[in-house]
Design a protein around this ligand. Structure first.
Ligand SMILES: N[C@@H](CCC(=O)N[C@@H](CS)C(=O)NCC(=O)O)C(=O)O
Length: 216
């Protein structure tokens, strides 16, 4: 069927998740870089979000769906364990991160720096100050979650960890995020350890936020 093609950008946390999933499983894949909101994305995803997957004549959108498809279709380490309880915990963390923490940490906090809605293009201090308590709270929750085993689900590296690490990559680079990390020793150690994985290194994004397609 040929190599899976991932369409997105490594600067996008969700695209990086599916690329990391490929790297962890040893899947040969092609990453086709595209702009946020490009017509290529809208041709498949109803809201024009990245990433997309193309595998032969099969197309798929939504990072969790893509990662699950890749995990089930290819050999290599299981990213979603077959044990029902562990699989449940993986789903729990992917869901919590994607529905709550991504909104706080990426869409609100990171974007207040990277794509501020200010007239002068400077970081949106009002938005940053408003979201910092939630940033601290959520970093604290994650700190507790990884304290025992250094993983989110059981004592193995799973899709739950893959799904979180690209978000932490950006958050810890920002001042308030770095402060929150300094108060979260288990999460800091978790990040340092997993950031040495070849899958994480191979998917390091270029600096700067993803570029957006011009409205047509
Ligand atoms: N639920 C989607 C979210 C994907 C998503 O939000 N991607 C962002 C980049 S990280 C995007 O494409 N945003 C487009 C936009 O903001 O117009 C998934 O898991 O794939």
């Amino acid at each position: 069927m040929g190599k899976p093609e991932i369409i997105g950008s490594l600067r996008s946390t969700y695209t990086r998740v599916v690329c990391m999933a490929c790297e962890e499983k040893g899947i040969e894949y092609v990453l086709t870089e595209t702009l946020l909101g490009s017509s290529e994305l809208f041709a498949v995803h109803p809201f024009g979000k990245m990433p997309l997957l193309r595998h032969g004549d099969f197309e798929l959108y939504e990072s969790k769906a893509i990662a699950t498809y890749l995990d089930r279709s290819f050999p290599g380490p299981q990213l979603i364990p077959s044990d029902p309880r562990l699989a449940g915990v993986v789903e729990q963390w992917v869901s919590l991160v994607n529905t709550v923490m991504d909104v706080t940490l990426t869409r609100t906090y990171l974007l207040a720096y990277a794509a501020p809605k200010t007239t002068d293009g400077k970081p949106d201090r009002k938005a940053i100050e408003a979201v910092v308590p939630a940033v601290r709270q959520q970093i604290g929750i994650l700190n507790e979650a990884v304290a025992e085993t250094g993983h989110l689900a059981g004592d193995q590296f799973t899709l739950a960890d893959i799904n979180l690490l690209p978000i932490l990559y950006w958050v810890r680079q920002l001042p308030e995020g770095a402060d929150a990390f300094a108060a979260a020793p288990h999460l800091a150690a978790y990040y340092e350890r997993h950031a040495t994985r070849p899958s994480f290194k191979a998917t390091t994004p270029p600096s700067g936020p993803p570029s957006r397609a011009k409205p047509s």
